[in-house]
Design a protein around this ligand. Structure first.
Ligand code: UFG
Length: 338
């Protein structure tokens, strides 16, 4: 298929480009580079057959979208473009509604004008909020705890209503758990522009000597070792979920949510130990108070995605950490040096 990938130069987007191209799809990236480095596309080209289109543009720019729909004529869109920092979303709520909700609306209008009826949406398990039960299945109530989470849920609701119109419109909502890891080559990975908010990029920067110690946010949770539990998923598995979902969208109509996780949960302390195995050195840690807005535990029931389009996570925790370390040690300054 011809697939337009908004936000395709970002962390998850860039890994998805490689998996799409490996499966023979024709791909064009549409990215504003607000939170991505254009150098990533050179790396993607050198790791693949190189046939990758790219257009610089913002998802809120209707004319820019019309131009790429007219030139590339995509049969489907994978929509990653958006702002993603939970803390920042509380400080700049309107920016988050503008890009994440407004951007999705503008994109859907452009798809309708161009007659494109299939979309895969980059959503988040954060739409569920405080667990009523675990593991979360897709029927779990949605009650996001942050502005960021609400923008994802609103975009999901817009996509659901859009898909109900006449025709074979399909929207596949992928609710990601915690993506970590990097491409096995070590050539592409997560490149935070500032102090990392997330656990694994932070640990990786401690390992490389950029930061003195990891702060462990909360050691008094009701979990086996007192630290938070999350369902970490290898970014390459996550990327493959998009390719599988594309096949599902092509043959189906309507809107469906799918959890994309492993079904396992791992504590902060276990993550540190796994990273130490990967890099062969101790990671200094300090205990710190709980981070505002964090919940004790999250875990996916990913069985629906398996039943619908045959996807399941295949990479182990050690592979997540080994690939992160390869990326971080080969690229101490991310794409900055590239
Ligand atoms: N943690 C630390 N120290 C750090 C960073 C994180 O102890 O420096 C802990 C957190 O308290 C939590 C775990 O590591 O227990 C994971 O934290 P992350 O920040 O890596 O991930 P979150 O689960 O908080 O958030 C992620 C994404 C969000 C998304 C959410 C939904 O970053 O975008 O998952 O599941 F909304």
């Amino acid at each position: 298929m011809r697939v337009l990938v908004t936000g395709g130069a970002g962390y998850i987007g860039s890994h998805t480009l490689l998996e799409l191209m490996a499966q023979g799809h024709e791909v064009c990236v549409y990215d504003s580079y607000v939170n991505a480095n254009p150098k990533v596309l050179d790396r993607v080209r050198s790791l693949s057959n190189g046939k990758l289109g790219d257009v610089t543009g913002d998802v809120r720019d209707a004319a820019g979208l019309d131009a790429v729909f007219s030139d590339f004529e995509p049969e489907a869109v994978i929509h990653f473009a958006g702002l993603k920092a939970v803390g920042e979303s509380e400080e700049r709520p309107l920016a988050y509604y503008d890009v994440n909700v407004g951007g999705t609306l503008t994109l859907l209008h452009a798809m309708d004008r161009a007659g494109c009826r299939k979309i895969i949406f980059s959503s988040s398990a954060t739409v569920y909020g405080e667990p009523v039960y675990l593991p979360y299945d897709e029927a779990h109530p949605t009650a996001p705890l942050s502005v960021y989470g609400r923008t994802k849920l609103m975009a999901e609701q817009i996509l659901a209503d859009w898909s109900k119109q006449a025709g074979d419109r399909a929207a596949v909502l992928l609710r990601y758990f915690n993506p970590v890891g990097a491409h096995h080559s070590g050539e592409i990975g997560e490149d935070p522009s500032d102090i990392p908010n997330n656990l694994v990029p932070y640990i990786a920067q401690v390992a490389i000597g950029k930061r003195p110690a990891l702060q462990v946010f909360g050691t008094d949770y009701d979990t086996p070792d007192g630290t938070g539990l999350r369902d970490y998923i290898h970014v390459v598995d996550l990327a493959r979920a998009h390719v599988a979902a594309l096949g599902y969208a092509a043959g189906n109509a309507g809107c469906q949510p799918f959890n994309i996780g492993t079904g396992q949960s791992v504590s902060v302390r276990q993550m540190v130990a796994a990273f130490e195995r990967a890099c062969g050195a101790p990671i200094p840690t300090r205990t710190a108070p709980r981070r505002a807005g964090d919940i004790a535990a999250m875990q996916a029931d990913p069985s629906r995605a398996k039943a619908a389009f045959g996807w399941r996570a295949e990479h182990s925790l050690d592979e997540m950490m080994a690939s992160t370390w390869r990326w971080q040690s080969q690229n101490p300054d991310g794409y900055g040096n590239g």
